[in-house]
Design a protein around this ligand. Structure first.
Ligand code: UT7
Length: 332
């Protein structure tokens, strides 16, 4: 009998309706449309309305993914929810989604693996399926980062990049020769403070002091140059290791989907990998950097646009806070 593999049976996404243009941000902070487009490629992003959390944004994405997979809620065995902006500090967004969408009492847990959330999540789901533990797993990646942004001059190098959105996939078992060929995961915790959200911290009995709020410790902080420097090294490194692992070269790639960190980063990866424009998918221009959600949003759009078809070789790679990075090779 052929061995069990996992494959992406369905994919969906959802972004908030509210479009925030660069010009709108330039009214809040000292920035310009020209600077943002030149340095990041971003033209606009979406912000969730007040009161909307990642679990809410995820619902239409999950509905789309289930429909695309031709499955119902009852077919799902496990929910993995990748987010660093969970609705609440406790509990995780996975069980909130389980309740809101009326899934049965299946397992549901969050993973906090920043922009690499999709890669880490698919790696876990793949293991559960290959081991025969589960047949259909919902991997949800959803973020509301807008409320963690310092929308003032002080936060301008971080705030112009991030946006809100959700993507979801259903990973299912198959004995066909297709699906997740490999996943590679990495971390380097030396760089925690280059991209972090410090407060509220359990290290302080105060949790969130007046002073820490004044300092802006409750906003996401990013040392952009340092993150950029590491990202442009790690992306090609992990893409190459995953290609080598599978005995492939960049010429075998039908579509590369990099985490949407910055269009300049995607362009550098494309150049290093020697890929033509039609083999790299980017949508950061419309959505900004949606952290864990960026890759599944891209996959969902790429599939709808006919840029991913059965048997295509799709490579996804991500880099983010931690630092964490990794890649996956998928025969669609
Ligand atoms: O999702 C994974 C993690 N995130 C990333 O991978 C993002 C990685 N980093 C980046 O994308 C870029 O570093 C940024 C887009 C954040 C910044 O671009 P940069 O080309 O690295 O700019 P910089 O930080 O070197 O700043 C250049 C100048 C500075 O002014 P001076 O010192 O040259 O006078 C900044 O103060 O641009 C200034 N600046 C801005 N100007 C207008 C920084 N942010 C802004 C802004 N508008 N929003």
């Amino acid at each position: 009998m052929n061995k069990i593999r996992s494959y992406i049976k369905g994919v969906g996404h959802n972004v908030p309706d509210r479009v925030v243009t660069n010009d709108e941000l330039s009214k809040l902070m000292d920035t310009t449309d020209q600077w943002i487009v030149e340095r990041t490629g971003i033209k606009e992003r979406r912000f969730a309305d007040e009161g909307v959390g990642p679990s809410d944004l995820a619902i239409p994405a999950v509905e789309n993914a289930l429909q695309d997979a031709n499955l119902s809620k009852d077919d799902i065995d496990l929910i993995i929810f990748a987010t660093i902006s969970s609705d609440y500090y406790i509990p995780g967004a996975g069980c909130i989604l389980q309740d809101k969408m009326g899934f049965g009492n299946i397992g549901a847990f969050d993973i906090k693996t920043s922009c690499a959330g999709f890669i880490y999540g698919i790696s876990m789901a793949d293991q559960y399926i290959k081991s025969g533990t589960f047949d259909n797993i919902l991997l949800v990646c959803s973020e509301v980062q807008s409320t963690t942004m310092d929308l003032s001059d002080r936060g301008r190098n971080t705030a112009v990049i991030f946006g809100d959105g959700a993507g979801a996939i259903v990973l299912s078992s198959t004995t066909e020769d297709r699906g997740i060929l490999s996943t590679h995961l990495h971390s380097d915790g030396k760089n925690v403070k280059e991209l972090w959200l410090k407060e509220p911290s359990t290290k302080s009995s105060n949790r969130l002091s007046k002073e820490s709020i004044e300092r802006g410790d409750h906003f996401l902080f990013m040392n952009g140059r340092e993150v950029f420097r590491h990202a442009v090294k790690r992306f090609p490194e992990t893409i190459n290791e995953s290609l080598e692992f599978n005995g492939l070269t960049s010429e075998d790639i039908d579509l590369l989907v990099p985490h949407q960190a910055n269009l300049r980063i995607s362009d550098m990866i494309q150049k290093k990998m020697g890929l033509p424009d039609n083999k790299v998918f980017n949508n950061i221009q419309k959505y900004g950097n949606t952290t864990a959600a960026s890759i599944p949003i891209c996959l969902s759009e790429a599939k709808k646009e006919g840029r991913i078809n059965n048997n295509d070789l799709v490579v996804c790679a991500a880099f983010g806070a931690g630092f964490l990075w990794g890649s996956t090779v998928i025969k669609w």
